[in-house]
Design a protein around this ligand. Structure first.
Ligand code: PEP
Ligand code: MG
Length: 583
């Protein structure tokens, strides 16, 4: 038995046989039982045949159009394809290590590429690119169509746990989570979008394990304990008994009568709890958890679906169904929060079958969120028209992400007005819709008093606000100890935003991941915040904790905390107080 320590990002404990996803989420490695080895070898052989046919066709076409010199590239690839060190070597790996063909061929490429790296001649060294291209083609041909992870996962028969070097949200969004019961990754942090997704799917997850995907072998028995931030390899009987006990306890939790009661502190202060969701299907989980509305729908996840989702009618249908499903409760739809790379890859994937990655990393600084929407008015206007058309089917709130100043907000409101005029010209009625901004860039926080005059609501996005205030990349697990929600600067900035909203009498909610942590939530309530949006799975726990505490006591706790200078002191004060309140 061996224990790996990472960052638990989604609670729960699950055991199962490991399936390994490597090469940054592209190559799946799984155990192939002896009776299926021959079939695996045959797949490899067919992959080689199809690749040979395609390369010959490409070579002949290129030769006809551009002459024999250029077509020589493909002759060279054909030579490599039939080299005894390539496919036969992969067959040996399949047989000896009992692994799938995709991984075996990629492993051969890996071995070769190290040799190429050592070659002094730059021309020969660059041939590594040709080999990568060839191996990519073979892998694609191992299936008819694209060998993307979601296809490969169909091969995995039984329920298992996924161990990945990196699991991008776009791959995670396509995984069949009825088969994959938990996951662990080498990279990642709490606010990485895949971690957020894991919590909303209620799949236990541990991230930031550095080399789990190398240490764990396919088919190995593994326990993933998201509550205690550990991954246990080859667990003993005692450990497995603990897994089944905690699964039973989880099933027994949250009686339905409790779920739909509103959140109220022990001294009667009403706290509003809404849900963050990434997919329209998550509405069911939000309602089940007793959410009073949707405080954040990350609409950019729409872009992970089929390409048609970008069209106005398709978007309208999705928004309409969401609004109807939640009515009369509000649904806050955030306009696309992607960066230019993510969007470019998305647009490329409309034309070619390529791996792409909306949300793969929290988007970069720069041309992102509202800024990108303003730079791409046709895309923005389409989304706004779809939203405005859907508005009369429920209670819609439109929210702009990544706003850094009043100018952008005004410009966005201008585009919204234009979209509204356009619809009215078409004869479509457009009701009044509440418009708000995410406060997640320090510049927006410092101008919150100015922004508050021009919007209907604020939503504080602490995931980004913390990373930009503290200059700590939220996706970089090496910096996770510096990513500190309890830093005095964060608490002060939160107070500043709340006050700015209160002066203009506009509602302010907080939708960052810190709200889902019961200890942090109590402090946020003490700081005067009354509305939160969190992953649906965290709502019942939040209600339970709030019901135990008196707002009065939380306010005095917050006053004490605001006088402290270090994170350590703040944590200690919070810990002592919560112990006294017996939380
Ligand atoms: C945030 O930044 O806090 C937020 C909720 O948005 P996202 O995590 O999608 O950036
Ligand atoms: Mg954000």
């Amino acid at each position: 038995m061996r224990r790996l320590i990472g960052i638990g990002v989604s609670p729960g404990v699950v055991g199962g046989r490991a399936v390994i996803l490597g090469q940054r989420g592209r190559v799946l490695r799984y155990h192939v039982p002896p009776e299926r080895i021959e079939r695996e070898l045959l797949r490899l052989e067919h992959g080689r045949e199809r690749t040979g046919e395609q390369l010959r066709e490409i070579r002949d076409n290129v030769s006809k159009r551009r002459g024999p010199e250029l077509s020589a590239i493909f002759d060279a690839q054909l030579l490599m394809l039939f080299d005894p060190m390539l496919v036969p070597r992969a067959s040996t790996l399949v047989r000896e290590r009992q692994v799938n063909a995709e991984w075996a061929i990629q492993q051969v490429y890996h071995e070769f590429s190290q040799v190429f790296d050592e070659i002094a001649d730059p021309y020969l060294r660059e041939r590594k690119g040709d080999l990568a291209d060839l191996v990519g083609r073979i892998r694609m041909n191992l299936r008819h169509g694209a060998a993307v992870p979601r296809d490969l996962l169909h091969e995995v028969g039984e329920e298992c746990v996924l161990i990945a070097d990196e699991l991008t949200p776009s791959v995670a969004a396509q995984v069949d989570w009825t088969k994959i019961r938990a996951f662990a990754t080498d990279v990642g942090s709490r606010t990485y979008h895949t971690a957020i997704l894991a919590r909303s799917l209620e799949v236990p997850a541990v991230v930031g394990l550095h080399d789990a995907s190398r240490l764990i072998q396919p088919g190995q028995l593994v326990v993933i304990d998201g509550t205690n931030s550990t991954v246990i390899l080859d667990p003993g009987d005692e450990e497995l008994a603990r897994v089944s006990r905690s699964a039973a306890a989880l099933r027994a939790a949250a009686p339905p009568s409790e779920r739909h009661k509103p959140a109220v502190t022990a001294d009667g202060v009403r706290i509003r709890l809404e849900a963050n969701i990434e997919f329209p299907d998550d509405l069911a989980a939000a309602r089940y958890a007793g959410a009073e509305g949707i405080g954040l729908y990350r609409s950019e996840f729409l872009l992970t679906g089929d390409s048609g989702a970008l069209h106005e009618d398709a978007q309208f249908e999705i928004y309409r169904r969401m609004l109807e499903a939640m009515a009369p409760a509000p649904v806050t739809i955030r306009t696309f929060d992607v960066d230019e790379d993510q969007l470019a890859r998305r647009e490329l994937s409309l034309k070619v079958e390529a791996g792409w990655a909306v949300g793969d990393r929290p988007a970069r600084q720069g041309l992102r969120g509202l800024r990108l929407s303003l730079a791409r008015p046709e895309l923005f206007r389409t989304q706004l028209r779809a939203l405005l058309r859907a508005a009369r089917h429920g209670c819609l709130r439109i929210m702009f992400p990544f706003v850094s100043g009043v100018e952008q907000l005004r410009e966005a409101r201008g585009v919204l007005d234009e979209a509204s005029v356009e619809l009215k010209r078409r004869g479509t009625s457009v009701p009044d819709v509440k418009v708000g901004v995410m406060i997640e860039i320090p510049a927006a926080a410092y101008t919150a008093d100015l922004l508050a005059r021009e919007v209907d609501f604020f939503t504080i996005g602490t995931n980004d606000l913390i990373q930009y205030c503290l200059a700590v990349d939220r996706a970089d697990e090496r910096l996770s100890s510096l990513y500190e929600p309890l830093h005095p600067s964060i608490l002060r900035v939160l107070v500043m935003i709340r006050r700015a909203a209160a002066r203009q009498r506009i509602p302010v909610s907080l939708c960052g991941e810190m709200a889902a942590d019961p200890a942090l939530l109590t402090l946020l309530v003490g700081l005067g915040l009354r509305e939160f949006s969190m992953t649906p799975g965290a709502i019942p726990g939040a209600k339970r904790v709030l019901a135990e505490l008196r707002d009065e006591e939380l306010r005095s706790l917050a006053r004490r905390v605001l006088r402290l200078s270090t994170v350590e002191d703040i944590e200690r004060e919070l810990g002592t107080a919560l112990e006294r309140f017996a939380v």
